[in-house]
Write a protein that binds this ligand. Structure first.
Ligand code: PGA
Length: 248
């Protein structure tokens, strides 16, 4: 019922030249994909990527959006700016944003609200740190992140909201969560959506796993009942590897 989605998060990688080479290679490799395919590229690559993806099945995403319509926010990008390029998805609250750039549940909530207002599809990231996991606080942390990041959103907003479960200890470390652990946490996230919002929202919302997902572990992760897709960092930077994940 929930269509799987494999989204690449390029982070701060690829110039326009590299974007051009990469998408030229990737397009034919994933044209028969059974899932939604998304690439979330740096702001400077969006216009070129949009042009190159015209007529293809690959959708375009950004990696952040500001909550204000415009104004004195040096270095930020508004939802209207993304809409003008016809960006469809936007990652919000990635743990790297939380860790290095002071992003909080409150700013994540505001950024997601701005994205929804502009009819973008926010990919809202949550996940516990290693210390939190070892203290047995995974569910408590996920609960707070979800309730605060999704505050005020209405039923119809969840037609567009995607949640990504990204345990911080698994991101860029080569240390993937086991399929069972990832399934358990994502099942918990779904339960929170059921109880804090509604059964319909719990049932329809796509929840992705992210953290060292690659060509060799994608099929085991995707075989889990609760996992609706992946947010792929490192393994999304090679067209060959990423297309293997898409064809998990
Ligand atoms: P990774 O990153 O696949 O390189 O671990 C995932 C992410 O941060 O979205």
């Amino acid at each position: 019922m929930r269509k799987p989605i494999i989204a690449g998060n390029w982070k701060m990688n690829k110039t326009q030249k590299e974007t051009k080479d990469f998408l030229t290679e990737l397009k034919p490799m994933v044209q028969d994909a059974a899932c939604d395919v998304v690439v979330c590229v740096p702001f400077t690559d969006l216009t070129l990527a949009k042009k190159m993806l015209k007529g293809s099945n690959i959708k375009l995403g950004a990696q952040n959006v500001h909550f204000a319509e415009s104004g004195a926010y040096t270095g930020e990008i508004s939802a209207a700016m993304l809409k003008e390029i016809k960006v469809e998805y936007v990652i919000i609250g990635h743990s790297e944003r939380r860790q290095y750039f002071g992003e909080t549940n409150e700013t994540v909530n505001k950024r997601a609200a701005a994205a929804l207002e502009a009819k973008l599809k926010p990919i809202i990231c949550v996940g516990e740190t290693l210390a939190e996991r070892e203290e047995g606080r995974t569910e408590e942390v996920l609960f707070t992140q979800l309730v605060e990041s999704l505050k005020g959103f209405r039923s119809k907003d969840f037609d567009r909201i995607i949640v990504a479960y990204e345990p911080v200890w698994a991101i860029g470390t080569g240390r993937t969560a086991s399929p069972e652990d990832a399934n358990k946490s994502i099942g918990f996230i779904r339960k929170v959506l059921y109880t804090k919002f509604s059964a319909v929202i719990g049932e329809k919302t796509r929840i992705l796993y992210g953290g060292s997902m690659n060509a060799s572990n994608a099929s085991a992760l995707m075989a889990q009942e609760e996992i609706d897709g992946g947010l792929i960092g490192g393994a999304s930077l090679s067209a060959e590897e990423f297309s293997k994940v898409v064809h998990y």
